[in-house]
Design a protein around this ligand. Structure first.
Ligand SMILES: Cc1cc2nc3c(=O)[nH]c(=O)nc-3n(C[C@H](O)[C@H](O)[C@H](O)COP(=O)(O)O)c2cc1C
Length: 290
């Protein structure tokens, strides 16, 4: 895995030529890799190709943002539970990152018209849910250029979504130290209607801790050895009107965080802690740095 940022933007205009057989076998090999969720859910990913879409007249899947051309779709089935939805998005976004690295364009589609039709086609049970599908394929060059310039325009800034010790106190990249790139990977991630509901609080047992972008796991501060291993990152969702889409947005944030911290060889694990509830925010999980 390379230590680079996640470079992707949504593609809504796909090529009119269906994905080649070679690309389909590459996609299938990526989908088959072991990819468990953080909270214990495992998803079997389904791939539907354009001929299936055509044969079954699954037109106009997206409820907003028209999708053109002949993409394929990937999705799975989940329960409605919070951590199942978070894992759903975590697992699918892990795949999106890998597909992007292989040159395959994509877009998340959570607002869908055809969920019931897909459920019928795949003979799913009533309580089964398809929370979102992802359209994948080759994007038309012109739309890629437009969306990449739009993407940087629309993201909230670092200190607006990441906080230092307490919600409301902006975290600087400097104080995030070696985790600045990890948080940046979260900041640029996709979200439903680009609402960016993720909020992360950097916390430490050692309030005197300071860090620099070049710091390693231990450093000397005025002669005292300080370890970033007392660090924790608490993940919250902004806004008390929580929806399935926001749970998926935070799953995507966790995927980007995990991808980048692994790329930077930063050790730690996720856990769900008690006593971290804050008004108007929904607590999700904590990453404990080791
Ligand atoms: C969970 C989720 C659901 C989404 N659903 C839709 C959708 O139904 N229709 C659509 O056009 N875009 C959808 N999007 C794409 C977002 O609008 C897009 O990611 C966001 O505007 C940021 O743009 P970017 O992906 O190009 O960075 C969805 C994104 C996420 C994460």
């Amino acid at each position: 895995m390379q230590n680079k940022n996640i470079e992707r933007t949504s593609t809504r205009a796909f090529s009119d030529v269906p994905i080649s057989a070679t690309a389909i076998s590459l996609i299938k090999s990526i989908l088959l890799k072991s990819n468990p969720g953080i909270f214990g859910h495992v998803y079997t990913i389904r791939l539907i190709q354009n001929d299936f879409v055509k044969k079954n007249r699954i037109k106009k899947i997206s409820a907003y943002g028209a999708i053109t051309g002949k993409p394929a779709y990937i999705f799975s089935v989940s329960s409605h539970k919070k951590y199942a939805l978070i894992d759903y998005a975590y697992c699918l976004e892990n795949l999106v990152i890998e597909l992007t690295d292989s040159g395959i364009d994509s877009i998340w589609l959570g607002g869908m018209y055809k969920k019931r039709k897909l459920k019928k086609l795949f003979r799913l049970k009533d309580h089964d849910m398809i929370p979102a599908v992802i359209a994948i394929g080759n994007g038309k060059i012109s739309t890629k250029t437009v969306s990449s310039s739009e993407q940087s325009r629309h993201r909230l800034s670092f200190g607006v979504v990441f906080f230092d010790l307490t919600i409301g106190k902006p975290l600087t990249m400097d104080h995030a130290g070696e985790f600045a790139d990890v948080l940046e990977a979260v900041r640029i991630g996709p979200s439903f209607k680009n609402l960016q509901p993720w909020t992360i609080v950097q916390d430490t047992d050692n309030p005197t801790e300071t860090s620099s972008p070049t710091s390693s796991n231990t450093k000397m501060v005025t002669g005292v050895k300080i370890s970033t291993s007392s660090r924790r990152y608490h993940f919250y969702i902004k806004n008390h009107k929580i929806s399935d889409q926001k749970h998926m947005d935070i799953g995507i944030a966790l995927s980007h965080f995990d991808y980048m911290r692994k790329a930077k060889k930063l050790k730690g694990h996720f856990e769900i802690l008690d006593g971290l509830d804050v008004p108007d925010y929904e607590y999700v999980a904590t990453f404990k740095v080791l």
